[in-house]
Design a protein. Structure first.
Length: 211
């Protein structure tokens, strides 16, 4: 099942996310008494991060996967923010009334796992450029192993990247998800993934960075 079919996993993954939310919000302090405001702040931080993936003037200046993952605590579940005196029943009722909460956190978990997959490619020796990173090449496992749901597949266009001075084939992959430097030159690096991840994030969260 590809990433485009994430909605079919709501029943399975909703339990995981709802459980995490319950644990997160079970002993809430007074620092965030409005869940909607809290969620909006997380969503804004996510959009800002995705925008950075696109707007860096030069590909070497894009954030790395590690940097994006480091900032993910601003838009994923904060284990230190807890709902104010709200029991489990009330929290589940709140979640049941607004599927957006669940879809947002499920999408965050999926995107974070995808970032970790790509970071693994970046930290390989030598690093690997997938060159066709897109939703159709991202699989969701029905039965997860080790608490993980995602796999990247189809490495037919992949290549190793020894250093930033070597050249690669110009224009491999799917144009919609292709970084500008890949489509326009033969000089690019693992940072091409960051652009692709930005396109995927906009589809996964259903927003546009300029809206």
């Amino acid at each position: 099942m590809t990433l485009r079919s994430k909605s079919k996993y709501f029943n399975k993954m909703t339990l995981l996310i709802a459980y995490n939310l319950i644990i997160s919000f079970s002993h809430r302090s007074n620092q965030a008494n409005n869940f909607d405001i809290y969620l909006e702040a997380q969503y804004t931080n996510l959009k800002d991060q995705v925008k950075c993936m696109f707007t860096s003037p030069f590909w070497r200046e894009r954030p790395s996967c590690a940097q994006v993952l480091e900032s993910s605590n601003k838009w994923t579940i904060d284990k230190n923010i807890i709902m104010n005196n709200e029991g489990i029943d009330q929290l589940l009722a709140k979640l049941a009334k607004n599927e957006y909460y669940l879809e947002y956190y499920i999408s965050c978990e999926l995107f974070k796992e995808l970032l970790e997959c790509v970071q693994y490619l970046h930290e390989s020796n030598p690093p690997i450029i997938h060159r066709d990173l897109k939703p159709a090449n991202i699989l969701i496992a029905y039965n997860n192993r080790n608490g993980r749901y995602l796999k990247i597949c189809d490495f037919g266009l992949a290549t190793v990247h020894i250093n930033n001075d070597i050249s690669h084939t110009e224009g491999p992959g799917t144009m919609k998800y292709m970084a500008p430097e890949v489509s326009q030159s033969n000089h690019y690096s693992i940072n091409a993934h960051i652009y692709s991840l930005g396109v995927i994030a906009q589809e996964l969260f259903d927003f546009h960075i300029y809206e």
